[in-house]
Design a protein around this ligand. Structure first.
Ligand SMILES: NC(=O)c1ccc[n+]([C@@H]2O[C@H](COP(=O)([O-])OP(=O)(O)OC[C@H]3O[C@@H](n4cnc5c(N)ncnc54)[C@H](OP(=O)(O)O)[C@@H]3O)[C@@H](O)[C@H]2O)c1
Length: 291
């Protein structure tokens, strides 16, 4: 028998892959604006509440978000803007409904809660200090989740990529396309991040539903890559035959208005030591990517 599971954002880049891979495990009940039979806007508490009241699920995985970082930056400090409304007000509604129906909240957050100035990998003990509006709204939402009286888990990820191409293009497929079309920008040698293999992250979501660990966990790969080395890995591993050129983040930042985190790589040691399955290395994961 399938386990009932409440979700938001199941049609997105991350949630879509989880839905495909765990279709036989979970009876998904997804709160989605585009649902033809019961469209649900998470910024509307009454709509959210009705769906929670009707569900037998013990857990809710909350993935829905306004994820356009540049779009969010253009709304900085605007609490009526979509970024704040979806990310903060939407999360307040999910938490309120979860408390009213006693459900465990699994909130998906981002490494953009950090300022990116730490030279080493970020750990769960590091204090968030978002430098742009998307990161700030996701951090404010974390704070809402942390006050929940029902059990909660926050999973922070960074630069998620799937094995398969998706309508919203991910970092890896963007690099592949750029190499194939000869349009790839020179890649920063001094910007670092921690890619997240979405296929494996789906297994983490399943683990959290099964085992219910609580607190904040970094759930990216636990590896640190520069843009340049990452693009070279993709080029070599998938034998694309491109030429990857180097560029300098400092030169870019001198001209860019939007703040940009220099380093978002996170240590995922705390989560990994608890997992009951193995995860692929980033190099192995890239080997599974299809175009
Ligand atoms: N992508 C990244 O680089 C990244 C990095 C770190 C963390 N994350 C986090 O990971 C999670 C998933 O990201 P993603 O890239 O999979 O997102 P995505 O592809 O942009 O999908 C976002 C989802 O949210 C839904 N949504 C937006 N507004 C809504 C509303 N008012 N009511 C109900 N649903 C709404 C969308 O529904 P529709 O399909 O109907 O529009 C969509 O399914 C997010 O919480 C994000 O902050 C993402």
């Amino acid at each position: 028998m399938k386990t009932p599971l409440l979700t938001t954002g199941l049609n997105g880049l991350v949630g879509g892959r989880f839905a495909l891979d765990f279709d036989q495990t979970y009876q998904f009940d997804n709160l989605d604006l585009r649902d033809p039979s019961q469209p649900t806007d998470i910024t509307d508490y009454d709509q959210v509440s009705k769906r929670f009241e009707a569900s037998l699920a013990t857990h809710v995985i909350h993935l829905a978000a306004y994820t356009d970082v540049t779009g969010a930056w253009q709304e900085t400090d605007n609490k009526n803007g979509l970024a704040y409304q979806v990310n903060v007000v939407g999360t307040e509604n999910i938490v309120k409904a979860a408390q009213a129906t006693n459900k465990h909240i699994i909130y998906i957050s981002t490494a953009y809660v950090f300022d990116g100035e730490k030279p080493e990998m970020y750990t769960e003990e590091d204090v968030p200090n978002p430098i742009e509006w998307y990161g700030k709204t996701k951090w404010l939402a974390e704070e809402v989740v942390k006050k929940s009286t029902t059990p909660w888990t926050i999973l922070r990820i960074d630069q998620p990529f799937r094995s398969d191409p998706f309508e919203k293009i991910d970092t890896v497929h963007r690099i592949i396309k750029g190499i194939q079309e000869g349009t790839l920008y020179p890649q920063f040698t001094n910007h670092f991040f921690g890619p997240t293999y979405v296929n494996d992250f789906g297994k983490v979501l399943d683990f959290v539903v099964r085992v219910s660990p609580t607190g904040i966990f970094h759930a990216s790969s636990g590896e640190s890559w520069s843009d340049f080395e990452f693009a070279k890995l993709i080029n070599d591993k998938l034998q694309l035959g491109g030429v990857i050129k180097e560029s300098d983040l400092d030169a870019y930042l001198a001209k860019s208005e939007r703040p940009y985190q220099r380093n978002t790589a996170m240590s995922s040691r705390n989560l990994k030591k608890n997992l009951d399955f193995g995860q692929k290395t980033i190099s192995e994961a890239i080997g599974e990517v299809t175009v």
